[in-house]
Design a protein around this ligand. Structure first.
Ligand code: DGJ
Length: 388
C-alpha cells in the first residue's frame, strides 16, 4: 500500500480521482448493450453480449407462451453450428448460445426450425454436406427444448434428389414443407411435404418450376409467393418471385419484387426466409443475408417489410429503419378469429359489457360488447374465458 502511495505521490488528487473513475466506469459503460427501437437493415447488429449477431440464413419462430421470438441460423464463427437468439421485440436479441454443434458435419447451412404441436418437439432441418458440396443432403435434428441441444436424426437425399439451399414453409393447416434447390445442381427447385411428426419427408415431392437458391415462401389470400435468388455463391444477385394457388405449384415467375433496388442485387442480400410477424394481418418480413462475397460470421442482415399490393404484386422496398407497427395493419378483432387472442375477459361497466382481449403480442384491446359492430355472441358466450 505504502509502495502504491509512493508511486502515485506527485499526481494532483483530482487527476487521480478522474483516472480511477474512468478505469471503473468507462469499461462498464462500453459493456452496456445498445437498446434498439427499430429494425435497421445492414450494418452491425449487436446482441445482448455486445457482439454482432452470428445467425445467418435461418428462420424465426414465435412462442406465444413465452412471448418471445427465437431466431435460428448458421453460426459461422467458431465453433460452427446452429445459433439461437431470442427477443421480445425483434430488435433486441439475447444470445442463447449454440442450439446444435456442427461437430463432424463439414457443411451445415440454412437451418430452419418448426415446432410440432402433437409431438411437442422442435424440429430442425438444414443443408447437410461435405466440404465439396457433393453430398447435397437434407439433415434433420430434433430437441425437446426450443434452445436445444438438437440431436441429429438423419441426413439423406430427399426422394433421391440432390438438396442444397433450402427453406421451410409452415402452412396454416399444420403441414410443413421443405423447399430445396435440387438437381441437377440447383437447376430446379422442389418442394417436399414433411411427415406429420416433421421428422421425415413424404413422397409428395414436386418440381415447382422455379430455379435457383435462397428460397422463402408466404401465403396471403390463398396465393403462395415464393422468393428465390439466382446462383452466384456469396455474391448477391437479383431476386425473382413466383406465385401459385397451390403450395405444390405450378409457380409462375413474376420478376423482381424489389422496388428502387438500382443495382439489382436484392438490396445487396440473398433471401433466406419470409417471417410472418404475429399480430398483423399482412405482416411479412423479408429475411436476407448480406454475405459481402465471403459468407463470414460478420455478414449482415437485410430484414425488410414485404408488401402485397392490391393487384397481388409482391414488393420489397428499402427502409433504413422500420417497425412492424409503422408498416403493417395490426390484426383487429374484426379481422381475426378470436382464437388468435391469448386471453379475453368480460367485465361490467355502467350499462355495458367491456371486452378486453390480449393478442399474441400481449397488447390489450378494449371493446364495447355488444355495441361494437361485430357479433361475438356465438364465439364468446362464456363471460370469462382463456384462449390457447
Ligand atoms: C450460395 C448459397 O446460397 C449459400 O447458402 C452457400 O451455399 C453458398 N452458395 C456457398 O458457396
Amino acid at each position: 500500500m505504502r509502495k502504491l502511495m509512493r508511486s502515485i505521490k506527485g499526481f494532483p488528487s483530482n487527476t487521480l480521482v478522474l483516472a480511477l473513475v474512468c478505469f471503473f466506469w468507462i469499461p462498464s459503460l462500453s459493456q452496456q448493450p445498445t437498446t434498439f427501437t427499430s429494425i435497421t437493415p445492414g450494418g452491425v447488429w449487436p446482441a445482448d453480449d455486445g457482439k454482432h449477431i452470428d445467425c445467418h440464413a435461418g428462420n424465426i419462430i414465435y412462442s406465444a407462451q413465452s412471448k418471445r421470438y427465437y431466431w435460428f441460423g448458421e453460426h459461422r464463427g467458431s465453433p460452427g453450428g446452429v445459433a439461437c437468439y431470442s427477443s421480445a421485440d425483434l430488435y433486441n436479441w439475447k444470445n442463447e448460445g449454440l442450439a446444435m454443434q456442427k461437430g463432424a458435419i463439414a457443411v451445415l447451412e440454412r437451418p430452419k426450425v418448426a415446432y410440432n404441436t402433437t409431438t411437442k418437439k422442435y424440429v430442425l432441418w438444414f443443408h447437410y454436406d461435405n466440404g465439396g458440396y457433393g453430398l447435397a443432403h437434407l439433415g434433420v435434428a430434433s430437441s425437446d427444448s426450443v434452445r436445444g441441444p438438437y440431436t441429429l436424426v438423419d441426413h439423406f437425399l430427399p426422394n433421391g434428389h440432390q438438396s442444397r439451399d433450402m427453406g421451410m414453409y409452415c402452412d396454416d393447416n399444420g403441414k410443413v414443407y421443405i423447399i430445396y434447390a435440387a438437381d441437377p445442381t440447383n437447376v430446379t427447385i422442389r418442394i417436399v411435404e414433411l411427415t406429420s411428426d416433421y421428422l421425415n419427408v413424404t413422397t409428395n415431392d414436386v418440381d415447382i418450376q422455379a430455379h435457383c437458391e435462397g428460397p422463402g415462401m408466404l401465403k396471403i389470400n390463398g396465393v403462395y409467393y415464393l422468393i428465390t435468388s439466382k446462383c452466384s455463391g456469396w455474391t448477391p444477385n437479383q431476386a425473382t418471385y413466383y406465385t401459385a394457388t397451390s403450395v405444390t405449384g405450378p409457380f409462375t415467375s413474376k420478376g423482381d419484387p424489389c422496388v428502387g433496388d438500382t443495382n439489382h442485387t436484392t438490396f445487396n442480400s440473398q433471401p433466406c426466409n419470409i417471417f410472418q410477424i404475429p399480430g398483423y394481418s399482412n405482416g411479412f418480413m423479408y429475411m436476407g443475408d448480406r454475405w459481402n462475397g465471403v459468407g463470414s460470421a460478420n455478414s449482415q442482415y437485410v430484414f425488410l417489410p414485404i408488401t402485397i399490393t392490391s393487384t397481388g404484386a409482391m414488393q420489397i422496398k428499402w427502409a433504413a429503419s422500420w417497425t412492424p407497427s409503422s408498416v403493417f395493419t395490426p390484426s383487429s378483432v374484426k379481422e381475426k378469429n378470436v382464437y388468435d387472442f391469448k386471453q379475453a375477459v368480460f367485465g361490467n361497466a355502467v350499462n355495458r359489457t367491456v371486452l378486453r382481449a390480449f393478442d399474441l403480442l400481449g397488447r390489450s384491446l378494449s371493446l364495447n360488447y355488444p355495441r361494437d359492430p361485430h357479433n361475438y355472441s356465438n364465439r364468446l358466450s362464456n363471460p370469462m374465458r382463456s384462449f390457447p
